[in-house]
Write a protein that binds this ligand. Structure first.
Ligand code: GLY
Ligand code: MN
Length: 462
């Protein structure tokens, strides 16, 4: 946990951003896995963690904007809990650790909220994302779950995004720990990527490294020799020479800050000519985008720059043709890179995505495009000091998409389909790093994870 002043300051700053009323921030409860008492590993809600810090189920935080008071509602454990879970601190002591003086048993929140509603006070909530949240809010607010959306407050969403998107030094240090654990995950995976190994053997070891460093993986591991499927969670293939293995994986620290790193390596440890050619294009896009990262530039510019680098590289290989600026303007490159360059990262690996991607990644000055490819860019707005985000260009040969576009005669002035046919067995490549925007530029977070052809071949030769 951070210092109690950290949490008190955050709550005070949030209160200043809202005009009046009550902010209700429920934490998460245990979620059943395959029967009620067998639960998923508990994960606290990230907004609750950010403002109230306590990493336990069945709590609710309240910030009274007008009275300048904070509350945590939650029950002290009983003897049954102590027998099964061991001794637990009292609620008032837990709350004191995060600077909250007012605590009460959990169900006392119901009359508290009902009184506020009767007095005509506004209750602000963030968008719920679990079915249980809707049911609990129905009970707490005395309304139908269908009416819960009426309490979702844009003022609160904007206030939370404005705070959480600018990382404090203590948060950056946590994220850096998560990237350093990812270093170990990825360098281990590289050394294991040898013919005959089954993907799940590598994914399992990576997940174990996350756990031994104190947290879970920050999202289900993506690891596959079929990297042309962007989020491939099937880990049953046996590695064979000639395939590239994409590993997109990160972990959480004990305080739930994430890393998100992708590396792509040739099975067996040596790039062949075709793999090297495509890899160097994606690496150039990754390194140029990182180099261009600084306050004041829009992330959409970085995205479009990376797309041009990839399209120019593919033109040199004869896969694309024509005026590349125009090809990217029209979206022809998106057959090869259909996703965005990156996303905010913090306590959520796609930070605050649950609050609405457009609140986090866009603003009045930068409106989301609806063009295939660019539409999937989660973060387009201007970079500011304190932003932490990913840069993850990729190049993929997706047979079904190639066939569809070819049949439709799409972008025949920019895509050399006869050449592209020859790459349908290639797979995909993605290279992802985690970046902090500083006052005058950027810093790549964590210990550098091998990514040049020479670095990868050296690690894999060990
Ligand atoms: N690392 C998975 C993603 O960014 O979507
Ligand atoms: Mn990512």
């Amino acid at each position: 946990m951070f210092s109690k002043e950290t949490y008190t300051n955050r709550r005070n700053k949030l209160r200043e951003k809202l005009s009046s009323g009550i902010i209700l921030m429920p934490g998460n409860s245990e979620a059943a896995f395959n029967y009620p008492a067998n639960t998923y590993h508990f994960r606290q809600d990230s907004n609750f963690l950010y403002f109230f810090g306590l990493d336990h189920p069945d709590l609710a935080g309240v910030m009274d904007i007008d009275a300048n008071k904070d509350y945590i509602f939650g029950n002290d454990v009983d003897m049954d809990d102590i027998i099964w879970m061991g001794p637990q601190p009292l609620m008032k002591n837990r709350a004191a650790e995060v600077g909250v003086e007012n605590t009460a048993p959990y169900n006392d929140i119901i009359p508290f909220l009902q009184d506020a509603i009767k007095a005509g006070r506004k209750i602000h909530i963030l968008p719920p994302y679990r079915g249980e949240h809707f049911i609990e809010l129905e009970r707490l607010l005395g309304i139908s779950h269908k009416a819960v959306k009426n309490y979702v407050s844009e003022e609160l969403i904007k206030g939370v995004v404005a705070l959480r998107e600018i990382k404090e030094d203590v948060e950056i240090a946590e994220i850096e720990k998560a990237v350093n654990a990812a270093y170990e995950m990825h360098t281990t995976a590289m050394k294991m990527a040898m013919p005959g190994v089954v993907e799940q053997e590598i994914a399992g070891v990576m997940e174990g490294i996350a756990l031994k460093n104190g947290g879970a993986v920050s999202f289900p591991i993506i690891l596959s020799i079929n990297g042309q499927t962007l989020h491939n969670h099937y880990h049953g293939n046996t590695l064979t020479v000639g395939r590239m293995m994409v590993a997109d994986a990160g972990c959480e620290t004990t305080l739930h800050y994430a890393s998100d790193i992708t590396r792509t390596v040739p099975v067996g440890g040596k790039f062949d000519e075709r793999q090297k050619a495509i890899y160097e294009i994606v690496l150039k896009a990754n390194m140029e985008a990182i180099e261009a990262s600084r306050p004041g530039i829009k992330n959409r510019e970085l995205h479009l720059g990376a797309c041009k680098t990839i399209a120019n590289g593919l033109k040199e290989l004869g896969l694309m043709k024509g005026d590349i600026d125009e090809a990217v303007r029209q979206g022809a490159h998106a057959m090869f890179m259909p996703h965005g360059l990156g996303h905010h990262m913090g306590m959520d690996v796609h930070d605050m995505e649950g609050l609405g991607e457009n609140y986090v990644g866009y603003d009045e000055e930068t409106v989301r495009s609806d063009q295939f490819g660019l539409a999937f860019l989660r973060f387009g707005k201007e970079l500011k000091p304190g932003h932490v985000f990913t840069i993850e260009p990729g190049c993929y040969f997706i047979p079904a998409l190639i066939d569809q576009w070819r049949e439709e005669g799409k972008f025949t002035e920019f895509i050399n389909y006869d050449e592209v046919e020859k790459y349908k067995d290639f797979g995909g490549i993605r290279i992802e790093d985690d970046i902090l925007i500083t006052e005058d530029g950027h810093r790549v977070l964590g210990k550098p994870i091998p990514k040049t052809v020479a670095e990868i071949e050296a690690v894999m030769a060990q």
